[in-house]
Design a protein around this ligand. Structure first.
Ligand code: KIV
Ligand code: ZN
Length: 384
């Protein structure tokens, strides 16, 4: 039987921290409703203490969205936790996400304290939050660079204090996939009460490894993954929702499922990109303009013989209308013939050869040959 991986979306918190991506409360509600349609399990709606706007956004999202759990971020500070709980008062299911640095770098250079004091603060924050809400997630910030033995002690302590979910973030995107997977395995093997909480993973993309690291953590038993739409987020971004979801969907042999309706991925990606004024790179996996576009002659020929030759998923599965065959000077006769037939022009081999030569002449001048160019080409050929 397949196991469920819970999708925790932080587009509206970690994603929205990106300069230039800020949304109004109304805009955040629009995005949150789309995330609900997409089928995410948890929406991290903001950091209520950070600004009145963030507080209000958590309130309004809590009222507007009913299915996913609504999560509010806080530091391991009682005052923060009070504000987060207050912002969640209308949530049908509310979660406080509190936490503190866990690496020696953070402990010394950010908190100027000791490991022992960090554990004390973590226990206090978790217990305090658990008195206010039933669902408390604890983040061990910079776990990617934390000492493993200390990390395991911290995880054990916060689970004992009542954490329902423990997040092991690779805050700086430092880990390699094997290394991150080993961290998660170590936690499962060395934290005696680990079965009492869900282990969550939260990876940043500084080395372009966020998705690989997340999958590595999932394979070691983590059952919640923290992601953003289009991978937006601090610096090089967070793990992208669409990549993890489709990796699990394509690799059925892993026996892992999510609650995501994958056909809503592309529309959600477009909405987030437009509202956050964050363009998507053309070759972005799953949602980029070229993700289902074939441009070289060899690939086009193979794709036209059978889409499986060059596509590992059907574009419809992610809400993209169709694959694209881009006609350029790199295209072959097969692709040209196919497109001409769609436009109503059928050519035998000799005629096709002539039309193809004319096509190459146009393609050398224009980078991409569109349908209008092809119709003109066909008309010119007929008139010659
Ligand atoms: O990257 C990180 O460590 C975070 C935490 C606040 C969860 O975003
Ligand atoms: Zn983060």
């Amino acid at each position: 039987m397949s196991q469920r991986v819970y999708i925790f979306d932080t587009t509206l918190r970690d994603g929205e921290q990106v300069p230039g991506c800020q949304l109004t409360t109304e805009e955040k509600v629009v995005v949150a409703k789309q995330l609900e349609l997409l089928g995410v399990d948890v929406i991290e709606a903001g950091f209520p203490l950070s600004s009145p706007g963030d507080f209000q956004s958590v309130v309004e999202i809590s009222k507007a969205v009913r299915e996913p759990t609504i999560c509010a971020l806080s530091r391991a500070v009682r005052g923060d936790i009070d504000v987060a709980a207050d912002a969640l008062k209308f949530a049908r299911r509310g979660r406080i996400h509190t936490g503190i640095g866990s690496s020696d770098i953070h402990i010394q250079h950010k908190f100027n304290t000791t490991r022992e004091k960090i554990i004390e603060r973590a226990i206090d924050a978790t217990k305090y939050a658990r008195n206010l809400v039933d669902d408390v997630e604890f983040y061990c910030e910079d776990a990617g660079r934390a000492d493993l033995v200390f990390l395991a002690q911290l995880v054990e302590a916060v689970i004992k204090a009542g954490a329902t979910v423990v997040n092991i973030p690779d805050t700086t995107g430092y880990c390699l996939p094997e290394e991150y997977g080993e961290k998660i395995r170590y936690i499962f093997e060395n934290v005696t009460n680990v079965h009492k909480a869900t282990i969550s993973i939260h990876c940043h993309n500084d080395l372009g490894l966020a998705t690989a690291n997340s999958l590595s953590g999932i394979r070691e038993g983590a059952r919640q993954v923290e992601v953003t739409m289009n991978g937006i987020g601090e610096r090089a971004g967070n793990t992208s929702l669409e990549e993890v979801v489709m990796a699990l969907q394509v690799h059925k042999e892993l026996g892992l499922t999510t609650g995501i309706d994958s056909t809503k991925i592309y529309p959600t990606s477009q909405l987030v990109s437009k509202m956050m004024r964050m363009p998507i790179q053309a070759n972005k996996a799953i949602v980029g303009r070229n993700a289902f576009a074939h441009s070289s002659g060899i690939h086009q020929d193979g794709f036209l013989k059978h889409s499986l030759n060059y596509e590992i998923m059907n574009p419809h599965d992610v809400g993209v209308d169709k694959s694209d065959i881009l006609l350029t000077a790199r295209s072959g006769r097969h692709a040209l013939k196919h497109r001409m037939e769609l436009l109503g022009f059928n050519y035998e081999q000799d005629a096709l050869n002539e039309v193809y030569d004319r096509f190459l002449a146009v393609a050398d001048v224009k980078k991409e040959v569109n349908d209008k160019d092809l119709v003109e080409l066909a008309q010119a050929y007929a008139a010659a």
